[in-house]
Design a protein around this ligand. Structure first.
Ligand code: ADP
Ligand code: ZN
Length: 726
């Protein structure tokens, strides 16, 4: 240990690259580092920021030893966070350096924020007092320092007025500290009066927070039951105790409405954290979280890696959402890692959902988590009536995808001046284009996937690698002109059909590839909430969390879509998605309806949705998982081998399989072609490792990788513990 010892000669430093362990660096005389210090070190020809780590240093040849160049003037990364990094590295079988990299994602933040130039009133008087000058003097009366533009803006004058006063010595230049990114939230700002079951749930969360110990609560309540109001009470309790709070949200499109809601409750916004933040803002948030100025962060999964000083609560909203899984470099599920972070930090974690994951339900029923249930919608709001439309009996008109029943309800909804939502989880115009003459299908040249037509853009696009090409007039195979046909619907095609039926309705298409990005998306969502659209056609982006007060009809264009892929999680996912999307209807007491277009109205998922009997559905799913020894009753991991050629990938995967150790409680399936066998020109094979709940799956895979063939040529191996699809 080198803690608090200024005399060490060397320190272990974790650098943000695929390093299996910290590297050793010399600490120059007079430099003081402690575990967690952020330092600048030479690495090959470069300089990088790293973190002084725990444990003993590895012996290095003194001649090769290089020195730490600089210790940043930045609060050290806390012990809990360092243990968290080590834990994730162990669990996901990732190099700790790559986990640390996620923590070091705001490089400019390691230096203190510069103070900025400001102006302060002196005792001098101006020679002449005009109206404009008067306003400035009044504004600056309190003696606070102002920035030049801030003062001009507040006084409603042009900056030259300020310059004139400064020239006369009425203002002098002073340096002022950077402003906080957000104001401090006030835990008692606007306490709601809670309904009895809300109050019980809130009490439970409040007392967990007050106890200040680790524990997980599943907050399980139907859409619109007030889960947010309830977990805000836990946030309030944590703030009362002087703790920082992290609220994870699955989708950045959701944060905007959330920030406002938070402000109504706490009088100030939480800091936002997601990939769409401007770099300067990222750095300020990172720094102020480290310094403790920011008390509450609302963010995407990467917010787990912010350097909190005194984190005392994590809330994971929509805990079942697949967006919490990162499948890139370090494969992790932020929901599960939030629980780990709580365990290490010794504080409570709240998982909220209207449709909890099977994993969380099992954890609750086996007593590992507590569970708080909200079973009714708040106030007069009622859940929508839910019905299936049997597409075998009520087929759409030729060339269409909307059944007459659905169209009839849309017409009635329009007449009542209420809103409809059509949900289809498919971007673009059509998922497949083919030539009617020769049968040629347009596929991606580098992926095993069909190209999706995007008609607004006039392109055929691969949704896996982004490859795009112009949609030709003639078939590239047989040369016939004008015989290409679009097969199946995407949201753009549904919009076309809607416009044909309801030319006067205001129609909006919402999907993640909307031109104009997140900003545009937010504006559109606001417009919908304000009633500026009659019919909304959207992908899963519209399914989550939004509050559209005038929306009374939700039509699911293809309720069977997610069921077809053979994944054991398909039923759970479809159930969650359909519950969420139909939950957009009827948020304000108006009578509302959800219609599911399906070819299998008797499927257990459809039955569960229509009957509202979620319990029966969960029981069945859970029994099924238990029987098949699938998570959470068993362990599962994927090992994906990719390479430039099919032979290389398959050969390496077979080599790994042969190297698998003998174990009584674990076995290997495959290798088989991965669900997407070619992405971006790389061929992919997958091994699945399955076993008992208590099995050491990490140890097994580690041994397999160590004994297996060495990585050669273009071969890459990725480990996915607890894969999403299997
Ligand atoms: P959920 O997160 O469960 O979907 P919300 O927390 O969004 O539900 O609540 C749904 C709506 O009901 C929101 O508009 C919310 O402000 C309102 N609401 C819920 N509980 C209360 C309460 N106790 N007092 C006032 N409004 C409430
Ligand atoms: Zn592609």
């Amino acid at each position: 240990m080198i803690e608090d010892s200024p005399f060490v000669a060397a320190a272990p430093v974790l650098v943000p690259m695929p390093a299996e362990r910290p590297y050793t660096y010399a600490v120059p005389a007079g430099m003081r580092v402690v575990p967690g210090s952020i330092v600048r070190v030479p690495l090959g020809p470069r300089q990088v920021a790293g973190i002084v780590w725990d444990g003993a240093v590895e012996k290095v040849d003194a001649k090769k030893l290089r020195s730490i160049e600089q210790v940043f003037d930045c609060p050290p990364i806390g012990r809990a966070m360092r243990r968290f990094v080590d834990w994730i590295a162990q669990y996901t079988l990732s190099p700790p350096g790559m986990v640390a990299r996620m923590l070091l994602r705001a490089p400019e933040a390691f230096d203190p924020e510069p103070w900025i130039e400001g102006l302060q009133r002196t005792l001098a008087r101006p020679d002449r007092v005009t109206d404009a000058r008067m306003r400035v003097l009044e504004t600056a009366e309190g003696g606070l320092a102002w920035t030049r533009s801030g003062l001009a803006h507040a006084a409603g004058v042009s900056s030259t007025v300020i310059d004139g006063l400064k020239a006369q010595g009425v203002f002098e230049t002073v340096m002022i500290p950077p402003r906080p990114v957000v104001a401090a939230p006030d835990p008692g700002y606007a306490q709601p009066s809670l309904m009895p079951d809300q109050r019980d749930a809130a009490e439970m969360l409040r007392s967990n927070v007050a106890a200040g110990a680790f524990g997980v609560t599943l907050l399980d309540g139907v859409t619109g039951s007030g889960k947010t109001e309830v977990y805000f009470e836990a946030v309030s309790a944590a703030l009362d105790r002087g703790k920082q709070v992290l609220i994870l949200l699955p989708e950045i499109a959701l944060t905007h409405a959330f920030l406002e809601r938070f402000q109504e409750r706490f009088g100030a916004k939480p800091a936002e954290w997601h990939s769409d933040l401007p770099p300067r803002m990222r750095e300020r948030v990172w720094r102020q979280v480290a310094e403790g100025g920011v008390r509450v962060v609302a963010g995407a999964r990467s917010a787990l890696f912010l350097p909190f000083r005194e984190l005392g609560l994590i809330v994971v909203d929509e805990e079942h959402d697949p967006a919490y899984k990162q499948e890139d470099r370090v494969f992790y599920n932020a929901r599960d890692m939030a629980v780990v972070r709580g365990h290490i930090g010794g504080f409570p974690v709240v998982l909220a959902s209207a449709t909890p994951s099977v994993e969380s339900r099992v954890n609750a029923s086996q007593g590992r988590y507590s569970r708080a249930v909200l079973s009714a919608r708040f106030a007069e709001a009622a859940l929508p009536d839910l019905k299936t439309i049997d597409m075998r009996r009520a087929p759409p008109a030729r060339g269409g995808f909307l059944s007459p029943v659905l169209l009839g309800h849309m017409r009635q909804t329009l007449e009542k001046k209420e809103q409809s939502l059509l949900f289809l989880n498919r971007r673009g115009y059509a998922p497949l284009t083919l030539c009617r003459v020769c049968g040629h299908r347009f596929g991606c040249p580098v992926c095993s996937a069909w190209l999706v037509e995007h008609r607004f853009r006039g392109q055929l696009v691969c949704h896996h690698c982004g490859h795009n090409e112009r949609r030709p007039e003639a078939c590239p195979e047989c040369g016939t002109l004008d015989h290409l046909v679009a097969c199946g619907p995407g949201v753009e095609r549904i919009a076309e059909e809607v416009v044909a039926h309801f030319p006067d309705a205001r129609t909006i298409v919402l999907s993640s590839d909307l031109m104009g990005g997140v900003r545009r998306l937010r504006l559109e969502l606001e417009a919908i909430a304000n009633g500026e659209a009659d019919i909304v056609i959207g992908t899963q982006l519209v399914a989550k969390g939004h509050n559209f007060p005038n929306m009374t009809l939700v039509g699911v264009v293809d309720a069977d879509l997610g069921l077809a892929n053979g994944d054991p999680r398909a039923a759970e996912r479809t159930f969650q998605l359909l519950s969420q999307v139909t939950g957009r209807a009827g948020r304000t007491g108006k009578k509302s309806l959800g219609l599911l277009q399906t070819f299998q109205p008797d499927h257990p998922v459809m039955r569960a949705i229509v009957s509202g009997d979620a319990e029966a559905f969960y029981e069945r799913e859970i029994a099924e998982r238990e029987r098949a020894v699938l998570p959470p009753f068993g362990r599962l991991a994927g090992v994906i081998v990719s390479a430039a050629t099919r032979a290389e990938a398959e050969g390496h995967a077979r080599g790994l399989r042969r190297a698998a150790p003998q174990a009584a409680d674990l076995f290997v399936l495959g290798p088989a072609e991965a669900p997407l066998s070619l992405i971006g020109g790389r061929h992919r094979f997958r091994l699945l490792i399955q076993g008992e709940r208590r099995a050491d799956i990490q140890g097994f895979i580690r041994a397999m990788l160590a004994e297996g063939p060495k990585l050669r040529g273009s071969v890459r191996v990725q480990v996915d513990i607890d894969p999403q699809s299997f």
